[in-house]
Design a protein around this ligand. Sequence first.
Ligand SMILES: [Zn+2]
Length: 324
Amino acid sequence: MKKITLLITMAMLFSLSLNAWTLGKLGDFKFEKVNANVWVMHGPVMMPNKENGGFMNNPALIESENGLIIVDPGGNYNVGKEILKEVEKVSKKPVIAIFNTHKHGDHWFANKNFQEKYPDVKIYALAYMIEKVKESSADLWYGILDRLTGNLAGTNNPFAFPNTGVDHKETVVVDGQTFIMRHPARGHTDTDLLIEHVNSKTLFLGDNLMKGRFGAFDESSSIYANIEILENVINKKDGYGDYKLYVPGHGPSGALHETLDPFLKYMKIVVQGAEKAYEEGMESYEIKPEVMENLKDFHSWDDIEGQMGKHLMKAYSEVEARDM
Ligand SMILES: [Zn+2]
């Protein structure tokens, strides 16, 4: 009898440890092996809100011989607890390095959980990104995400800023794993790193690539530049090669065209609309219905109604600036 109870308890514990993280009605989330030694936990493909608690990015982990390397650990301290637990279900090896792709807090605020457990962990980001988050972006994003999710407690005072600055074309080797940094001057923001993991032939594009949802084009971004980045990746120009896997900042990872083409097409349609409006002396809102019509393939993407008009205005301001 005792033996049976013990067996049942052990079986329950075992199944608990296999359980994924259940995030309300949104379902189960766990790291999935997507390439050689690369795992990604694809977050809910939606904007940050109370339901997802601010978890909607794609934390990734790379397993090396002696440890784990994390890319974009997540959006706040509370979701970071669950993300760290999921990391530990993949492997008990220590986390030995972290990379942050850009300044938006939904990608890096959960550095905090990893730094708490591994105080000496090196957290890499573009040197200029570290400057910007310390100056104002961390506070700005804390405010934005706290309003939308109400789940930011524990994330600041202090923030876990990245502590190791890197620059364009720098190569970082961590425990036999080679990463090449690429920083386009502008794109999704002015602090972006596209990170190539050489060993597995994986390209992490940060928010220069999304699928199924949109993100903000903030004051430091350029839609034209974002288009150019994706075209360079597709055409293997500017140092980009052939990769087995492309990982967006939000949405499913996959092969080159299935993963990059949709967002590229979206941005091109928005920019074409902005150019047409500008040429015909219209305001951006006047062409919005026509652009929406041209975006039929994207009507199922999260919050297109809320996002597209803003993107169109941003594209219009870029068209104007180009003309001056
Ligand atoms: Zn972003």
